[in-house]
Write a protein that binds this ligand. Structure first.
Ligand SMILES: [Fe+2]
Length: 356
């Protein structure tokens, strides 16, 4: 944990050195939540739909340590041929940041497959504002993210639906979990940002509409964002063990709990919270009505990562020999409220097949 705390601190130091504001310009406080939907997808001819999640590619253009991330993205798309791709953030990890994003997202843009991003804390720490980074990403072919919404904090807040013959059967919410906030003093206490009240109001407005239009029955939903919630730490502290996967480090959520998890429970639709951020975790944990699901680290060697082909590799080094990148996949079948998930590794192995 000491190693990791240092790395996280170093990242903030980078942000400070670049004079990048911790609170991005991409924060809007006026107007009412926009109820537009970024994409409405439909099941394929066989009645199934496959969603692929990349996370934490930490790409740096021109850096050979990033080659593994690019190879991983190309191989995962080619192997799984999903219907939709979601990148849950920390797309880049250095300058030139927008060029880095263009390079690592190129396999997505050239795949012909629709895709979206939920930005990570590092995606606005290397010179460009969050708004500029998001605008550049949105220009790429296949990106379905809508422009930032008036009155909703952050940039990458979007709703995607998966519909059957009778309307939406699954809803995917993308939240911008932003970067960091200063709790006390310039240097003293930072913490990761938190989901703001206006983001929760935006979610609730969509959720209420979907439930109302579904005859009062909540539509099974998933939430995708970068930084996990405090409740994951609480679940682990309560002794709940993952159903599958590797738990290689403690979660690093915000210290501020703004109540998103409680809202998910209250609305009764979100059944899975899918994040990245903690590179040495790729597990699924059942916390009663909601599953916490980590993506599989999809990066190269620009940042710490120790997930081997069969789990966590104990090592004091920044990256461990034998580390394997990959992705997480979700498959939905028409008429079914649940889904299947698994982790796909570079090289072809499949792990953690679960029906949830
Ligand atoms: Fe990361």
């Amino acid at each position: 944990m000491k190693r990791r705390s240092f790395l996280k601190g170093a990242a903030w130091a980078v942000a400070g050195a670049a004079a990048a504001p911790l609170l991005s310009s991409c924060v809007r406080e006026k107007g009412s939540p926009d109820l537009g939907v970024a994409g409405d997808f439909h099941f394929g001819p066989g009645g199934s739909f496959k969603l692929l999640q990349f996370t934490d590619t930490h790409y740096i253009a021109g850096d050979p340590r990033s080659e593994r991330a690019l190879r991983c993205a190309e191989e995962m798309i080619e192997t799984e041929r999903p219907d939709l791709i979601i990148h849950t953030g920390d797309i880049v990890f250095g300058r030139p940041d927008i060029e880095s994003a263009m390079e690592i997202l190129r396999p997505l843009a050239e795949s012909g497959i629709p895709w979206a991003v939920a930005l990570g804390n590092h995606d606005s720490q290397f010179g460009s504002t969050r708004e500029d980074m998001f605008a550049a990403i949105r220009e790429l072919p296949g990106c379905v993210n809508l422009p930032p919404k008036d009155g909703v904090y952050g940039c990458s807040n979007d709703v995607i639906t998966l519909s059957g013959a009778g309307g939406p059967e699954h809803v995917f919410y993308l939240f911008d979990s932003m970067d960091a906030v200063i709790l006390k003093g310039e240097e003293e206490i930072h913490c990761y940002d938190y989901i703001r009240h206006n983001q929760i109001a935006w979610y609730r407005a969509h959720s209420e509409r979907f439930t109302r239009e579904n005859g009062g029955v909540p539509v099974p939903s998933m939430a995708f964002f970068h930084i996990p919630l405090c409740e994951l730490s609480e679940a682990l502290a309560a002794g709940i063990l993952p159903l599958s996967g590797t738990n290689g480090e403690p979660p690093c959520p915000s210290r501020l709990n703004s109540g998103l998890f409680a809202q998910f429970r209250e609305m009764g639709d979100v059944k899975a919270i899918v994040t990245g951020h903690d590179h040495d975790c790729d597990y699924v944990l059942d916390y009663g009505q909601i599953h916490f699901i980590y993506g599989r680290f999809s990066g190269g060697d620009t940042i710490y990562n120790h997930l081997g082909p069969n789990g966590y590799i104990l090592s004091d080094t920044h990256t461990a020999p034998g580390t394997v990148s990959g992705c997480r996949v979700f498959q939905f079948n028409e008429g079914e409220r649940g889904f299947r998930t698994w982790v796909r590794l570079c090289g072809g192995a499949v792990q953690q097949q679960l029906d949830l």
